[in-house]
Design a protein around this ligand. Sequence first.
Ligand SMILES: *Cc1c(COP(=O)(O)O)cnc(C)c1O
Length: 470
Amino acid sequence: MTAEANTELLRKLPAVHRLLDLPACQHLMETYSRDWVSEAAAHSVSAVRKEILSGTRSNEVTEEQLLQQIEQYLRNRFQPNFRRVINATGVVLHTNLGRAPLAESALEAINRTALGYSNLELNLATGERGSRYDHVEELICRLTGAESALVVNNNAAAVLLVLREMAKGRKVIVSRGQLVEIGGSFRVSEVMKESGAQLVEVGTTNKTHERDYENAIDENTAMIMRAHTSNFRIVGFTYQPELSDLVSLAHQHGIPVYEDLGSGSLIDLRKFGIGDEPTVDASIKAGVDIVSFSGDKLLGGTQAGIIAGRAEYIKKIKKNQLTRALRVDKLTLAALEATLLLYLDEERALREIPTLYLLTRKREELYREAQKLAGGLREVFQEKAVVEVVEGMSQVGGGSLPDEDLATYLVAVKTTPFSLNALEHALRHVDLPVMTTIRKEALLFDVRTIFPREIDECINSVREACKRLG
Ligand SMILES: *Cc1c(COP(=O)(O)O)cnc(C)c1O
């Protein structure tokens, strides 16, 4: 490219103010402010100028191309960074993808509450000040058999609060096999330190006996804590006391038992052949004094930590200064109450709570959906890729039921015109991103976590990704 040709190209570049006068730009100003359209135009012209000067562009830029760039710039700038994605990973409670999708009735509750005022801390019956915890307390008690309950920001907060109120400056006995680390650097031992309680580890990694607990109890013991080993399993030569035996032992010594249930299922999923997760009410029935569990794991609601158990302890916990700092937001409460209401009718819960629906989807349904998705993807790729429906395994995720695999159907895309990595990458960069996995030379779409309403959207996203890859 000669210097004169370059000069000619630069001379032909439209001035920003001329672009702004074009009807297309005027039209954009109905959506975006004049300043933003002007910034976008300046940015687009300057990008082309750089291309010319660096020698990467040898042809004239058309007005149309510039207008397209201006619009793209504005669209990118104003697109929220935090968006919806399609989960094709098959991990139902995917912490990085927002864990539990909410039920319709929970959304309605959020809307209702968010758009106006509410009786968040007002007792409508008396007209006096009320407590935000009252709205869900009775419901939680009904569903778990507990005497009393409160809700905080998440289960990590619940653990911290329970330990702080019930064991600060005193000893908490925990089996060595239960000193778990959950994702996001939550360790039982660290939270214990943070709470001011003193951890007393007993037993070994695989076996802890009643006598190990008993030998560790002294006058400075505040409680025995049981933590659910959410994300791993110790198998083989193992022993942990039965919960009811542990409770009897603790109560003989006049100390309470606290169980961090992690997921805390409200219905028995074993009926559906899923896992061996204890239900919350089973713990309460076994005599556990305080339990805590997440609102957005198997329960299928919003992020929250539910603390339930004996009234005397809950009463004290509610008064702890830390409770105010870990306070749950009104939108969370609205969604949680709506979700819990669905549990009053188990059939309804299974139908309407997305997490439960995704976990219990029938194989025939998954097969049908996989065929539908495969058909759409074959159309997108034409003859240029092999698209197959294969059997596979989905995961519960969220640290729940780590060794539980759920049979599913996957759509496997092989030998595409692009590398699988490039395709996976492009799928994260389209307007509606699709999260997939690559395994054994195939890009996999697990239909279990793709809602039926999302199949067409998923196909469109793949089409867009292919277009981007050219
Ligand atoms: C997930 C989990 C937590 C943390 O719960 P969040 O609601 O994510 O804060 C604490 N303890 C156990 C055993 C868990 O599984």
